[in-house]
Design a protein around this ligand. Structure first.
Ligand code: MV4
Length: 494
């Protein structure tokens, strides 16, 4: 593979381009009209304008991307995540053009994209599934009987849904029929497919996912788990690896079950199997994500594996160069997604210009971003500014490192989730590891961030006082006449 087109934008496009460059592969970026000056465009060897800002006119234009790839002699396309990454028709078109799609087969995407088909494929192995209906519900009365057997509350899920889309909780028998009818019509309008099924509602679960890598020769390994329970409205905010609560035995069992999920769909490439883990430490298969995920860096840091390079290698037909026994967890990693959102106002997306954008540095700090100071956050795409990822020898040290890195990160001009990150890092439930997917709902109140701010203001005031005193002390010692001189002479103290 000599030339790869990255069919994405922002931080993930830049992150992929970096690995490709390290492998000596030439790179092609694509961009929309608002992304002309974006770092991912500057970083690539060549760049192709796709069209106006809206995704449907630019990053979702598979036809334009394919035409540009042919014209420029591209031999591989990396879709990143979102946009075309889980579009099996696009993967097929790419492969039919003699270009390698750096991702799984269209077949694997289709099975895992249909939640009922996924459960059926997985049920051939002994992977635990949440009790529920195996087929799309056609008879509401029969489904109600099944719901009574399972016990309320139950969840109605759309087979074409996923990631929390098309889910409905039903608390009791009385509301079952009404909720079922709503769920079906919602699924028809949202996905063009009214297939829904029911599952027992697992209360207070953790969201644990297993990172996998599979080659084209039947070798599949797991790169341990990520704990992704700190989320709101199905949008993850903080992820870490490893989980604070898995024992080595449970890690091995979940890892091996995840490998079987991949086997069930002949998976190739990097993929992730999501599990729910309940308070009894029982776990259940939820779904498989057939793409590189936003939170992949925490797995890279604890495993020492560059997942993008591995995606390229397995797409080229190479065998994995390591086995499960070669893989060891090294330390602990935490990622904070820095969103252009206001945590004080129900995480409402904010837009504007990054007036100040200064990144933290130092040992164990990684920033994956696609913006520079002075840039505008576009309204058209995901509001993520960056991912702040830290790695340290253990969880406690990683939390300390994240707090330090957040303090070093200065963003002005756009409201963001940095202070929220600091709130979580200081929260007893997070520090102790005693939390689940209800963390934000159960613990977080917008006022809590004022306390974080007050702490910061207090520190700033103390520091300012100290600086003032030390500089005026020195001024007296030096007997220098002007303020200007005092500052110049003493600035090194600061
Ligand atoms: C569930 C569940 C509890 N019981 N299924 C959410 C996203 C998608 N991947 C599936 N999800 C869930 N499925 C059963 N049978 C809990 C979740 C879930 C969740 C639910 C409500 C609020 C936050 C959540 C975060 C992660 C998972």
């Amino acid at each position: 593979m000599e030339k790869v087109l990255v069919a994405n934008r922002g931080e993930i496009a830049l992150r992929i381009i970096r690995s490709l460059k390290e492998m000596g592969i030439r790179t092609v970026a694509v961009y929309s009209e608002v992304d002309r000056d974006a770092p991912h465009v500057k970083a690539a060897d060549e760049a192709v304008l796709l069209g106006p800002a809206p995704s449907k006119d630019s990053y979702l234009r598979g036809d334009k991307i394919l035409a540009a790839s042919k014209k420029l002699g591209v031999d591989g396309i990396h879709p990143g995540f979102g946009f075309l990454s889980e579009n099996s028709a696009f993967a097929n078109q790419v492969e039919a053009s003699g270009i390698t799609f750096i991702g799984p087969s269209a077949h694997a995407m289709e099975i895992m994209g249909d939640k009922l088909a996924a459960k059926e494929a997985v049920s051939k192995y002994n992977t635990p599934l949440v009790p529920g209906t195996e087929e799309a519900i056609s008879d509401i009365a029969a489904a109600k009987e099944r719901a009574k057997e399972i016990g309320f509350p139950i969840l109605i899920k759309a087979s074409a849904g996923g990631g929390g889309k098309g889910m409905r909780i039903v608390e009791n028998e009385e509301e079952f029929e009404d909720q079922m009818n709503r769920a079906i019509s919602e699924a028809v309008s949202a996905f063009g497919d009214g297939s829904v099924f029911i599952e027992k509602y697992v209360l207070g679960p953790r969201h644990i996912e297993i990172q996998l890598l599979a080659d084209k020769h039947g070798n599949i390994v797991y790169l341990f788990e990520r704990e992704c329970s700190i989320q709101r409205r199905h949008q993850k905010v903080i992820e870490e690896a490893p989980s604070a609560v898995l024992t080595p035995a449970l890690r091995k069992k979940m890892g091996e079950d995840a490998v079987n999920v991949a086997r069930a769909c002949d998976y190739v490439g990097a993929g992730t199997v999501e599990f729910l883990l309940d308070a009894n430490m029982d776990y259940y298969f939820l779904e498989m994500n057939t793409r590189l995920q936003v939170e992949h860096p925490v797995s890279e840091l604890i495993s020492g594996i560059d997942l993008v390079k591995e995606q390229v290698k397995v797409a080229r037909g190479e065998k994995l160069s390591f086995t499960q026994d070669d893989l060891k967890i090294n330390g602990h990693a935490i990622e904070l997604r820095v969103y252009a959102e206001d945590p004080q106002n129900n995480f409402l997306p904010d837009i504007g210009k990054l007036e100040i954008y200064q990144k933290p540095e130092g040992p164990g700090v990684r920033i994956d971003d696609g913006f520079e100071e002075g840039m505008q956050i576009p309204i058209y795409y995901d509001p993520m500014i960056s991912k702040l990822i830290v790695h340290a020898e253990n969880r406690e040290a990683a939390i300390g490192r994240m707090k330090r890195a957040i303090k070093e990160y200065h963003i002005k001009g756009v409201k963001n989730t940095l202070a929220f990150g600091s709130y979580v890092m200081n929260h007893e439930a997070f520090v102790s590891g005693n939390f689940d997917t209800g963390f934000v709902k159960d613990h977080f109140k917008p006022e809590d961030l004022n306390k974080e701010c007050e702490k910061e203001i207090e520190v700033a005031a103390l520091l300012a006082g100290h600086i003032f005193r030390s500089s005026s002390d020195k001024a007296e010692e030096n007997n220098t006449p002007t303020k200007e001189n005092n500052w110049k002479k003493n600035r090194r103290i600061v």
